[in-house]
Design a binder for this molecule. Structure first.
Ligand SMILES: Cc1cc2nc3c(=O)[nH]c(=O)nc-3n(C[C@H](O)[C@H](O)[C@H](O)COP(=O)(O)OP(=O)(O)OC[C@H]3O[C@@H](n4cnc5c(N)ncnc54)[C@H](O)[C@@H]3O)c2cc1C
Ligand code: SF4
Length: 489
């Protein structure tokens, strides 16, 4: 009989992290999985509350609730509490194609919607998820599932990020012949070139790609659809095409100097490429001994901070335009919405250890840049702002006189988000778009038989959303194949 009051006896444990001063010396993962005993103890904190919001996966009037892939969280919590990891794994794999990715880097909206989190620390759902899948791989329970029957249908997927991989997995398991085209030299999208290796080891990504290959999916890397092969050609060669090309067109800062300034994504990509292939870095991407400024207070910026620390930068600061989040929810961010709270993420903790201070500056704006004779960035003059919310809901930033400050800067990395699909990619893929995203109706684009999913459709988002979109677009493609089959057959 499941005890529902264990949260009163067992405190939340977040899982062990490697020591900050040690881990900034390498790019190995900074976090460890739970032991089986720790996972069982932590899972026992789940109240099995009867109306679980953690696995709802919906958005109601801008309130985002629970796990977007509808993970059966309370079910696997009971199994993990009982030490039955193998059955927990089966449940987990029913809803999530790649729990080894989400278990490491998902921001865990499920935990923000955990019923326990109304007045107690949430169940450590993400860390339990990671532990289930890691134990599954360690014990050889994750084996290739090779479809015994194959259809005649051929499907092309453009882009090998989590959306493309999830769609490929679903359609391959349904017995279709799936080919994934990727312009990069490696499969994985932002899982490979984007998310830094200390958060998600590239071996973990490669392990899944090998599994998918063994199961029958064909990967073609170094092929840019729209340039090397046209969309028309793909349409002629395949029964359906799915565009999962991501949304990595960076937002720009038009008045930034031309030298000493780069984009976060380019920086993170080339550091990972160096790790994987040994390819040397351009000067801008080698921050050793440099004063680094990261513009943008989000997670991509945090990844830049952690990367610069590992490269041995002389200093690092991160500017955000918003105010510092509080330690409790605000009236417009109540449970079960994803909480917007102050957290000390891995990179910030490491900066504390290295430089004795949090690198984040809030409500700050650049007034002007200083450069040397060659036009290279040497520093920035800044000013703090006051954020004023007017009665009609308008937000205004007002400069605070007397708060000007100078920061010497050798390298400025822009991490202020993404405006949509890369303009070059859109230019070469003739499908309708809207606000920089591929326009779809129930995942179908304006070209019959051509679908889109993931960030390319919804804008820059999360891995778990990309997986959900990959699963859903696969369903739509199946319906389409059935309709075409009926019409022609
Ligand atoms: C730096 C960074 C860190 C992030 N960290 C996290 C995190 O910690 N947790 C989290 O949940 N989310 C994170 N995200 C967001 C997450 O990575 C994305 O939402 C997710 O990867 C989107 O998946 P996708 O498959 O839609 O696209 P992507 O992963 O962007 O993959 C698109 C792929 O399409 C390929 N492609 C594009 N055009 C073509 C073409 N014409 N021909 C062939 N191939 C093409 C690209 O090369 C790429 O490989 C992060 C994003 C960034 C930028
Ligand atoms: S995928 Fe993300 S939201 Fe879903 S259970 Fe895992 S950590 Fe939570």
């Amino acid at each position: 009989m499941k005890r529902r009051d264990q949260f009163m006896n067992v405190p939340r444990q977040a899982g062990k992290e490697r020591d900050s001063s040690e881990r900034i010396g390498d790019f190995n993962e900074y976090k460890e999985r739970f032991s089986e005993t720790e996972a069982s103890e932590q899972a026992s904190r789940c109240m099995d509350c009867g109306t679980p919001f953690c696995h709802v996966g919906e958005t109601y009037s801008q309130v985002k609730i629970g796990c977007p892939v509808y993970n059966l969280i309370p079910e696997w919590n009971v199994l993990v509490e009982q030490g039955n990891f193998q059955e927990a794994l089966e449940r987990l794999q029913e809803t999530n194609n790649f729990p080894e990715f989400t278990g490491r880097v998902c921001p865990a909206p499920c935990e923000g919607s955990c019923t326990l989190s109304i007045n107690e620390p949430a169940v450590t759902i993400k860390q339990i998820e990671r532990t289930i899948i890691d134990i599954g791989f360690e014990n050889g329970w994750v084996q290739p599932r090779i479809p015994s029957v194959r259809s005649q249908h051929r499907i092309a997927i453009v882009g090998s990020g989590p959306a493309g991989l999830a769609a490929a997995d679903q359609l391959n398991q349904a017995g279709h012949h799936v080919t994934v085209f990727e312009r990069e030299d490696q499969v994985g999208g932002l899982l490979t070139y984007g998310i830094p290796a200390m958060k998600l080891s590239k071996d973990i990504v490669a392990r899944r790609v090998r599994l998918l290959e063994t199961e029958g999916i064909t990967f073609k890397t170094g092929v840019t659809i729209g340039l090397d092969v046209s969309l028309d050609q793909l349409e002629a060669d395949y029964d359906a095409v799915i565009l999962c090309v991501g949304a990595t067109e960076p937002r720009k800062i038009p008045d930034a100097p031309g030298q000493g300034v780069g984009y976060a994504m380019d920086y993170l990509t080339s550091v990972t490429r160096q790790l994987l292939t040994g390819q040397s870095l351009i000067d801008l991407h080698d921050t050793r001994g440099k004063d680094v400024l990261v513009i943008g207070g989000g997670d991509t910026g945090a990844d830049c901070v952690a990367t610069a620390l590992r490269q041995g930068c002389r200093s690092v600061v991160q500017f955000g335009k918003h105010q510092m989040p509080g330690s409790t929810r605000t009236a417009d961010n109540m449970w079960p919405d994803t909480p917007n709270l102050f957290t000390l993420d891995y990179g910030y903790e490491e900066a504390h250890v290295q430089f004795g201070r949090d690198p984040r500056e809030y409500l700050i704006a650049i007034e002007r840049y200083t450069t040397d004779e060659a036009g290279r960035l040497t520093g920035v003059w800044t000013i703090y702002n006051d954020k004023i919310r007017h009665a009609d809901g308008r937000v205004e930033f007002q400069k605070l006189p007397g708060t000007e400050k100078y920061y010497p800067v050798d390298t400025m990395l822009i991490a202020i988000g993404f405006s949509g699909v890369e303009q070059d990619v859109l230019r070469h893929l003739p499908v309708a778009s809207q606000n920089g995203k591929i326009k779809t109706m129930a995942y179908a684009t304006d070209r019959p038989g051509v679908f889109a999913a993931g960030d390319a459709r919804r804008g820059q988002s999360l891995i778990v959303w990309a997986i959900r979109e990959g699963r859903e677009v696969a369903e739509k493609v199946e319906q389409h194949l059935l309709t075409v089959h009926k019409q022609t057959g």
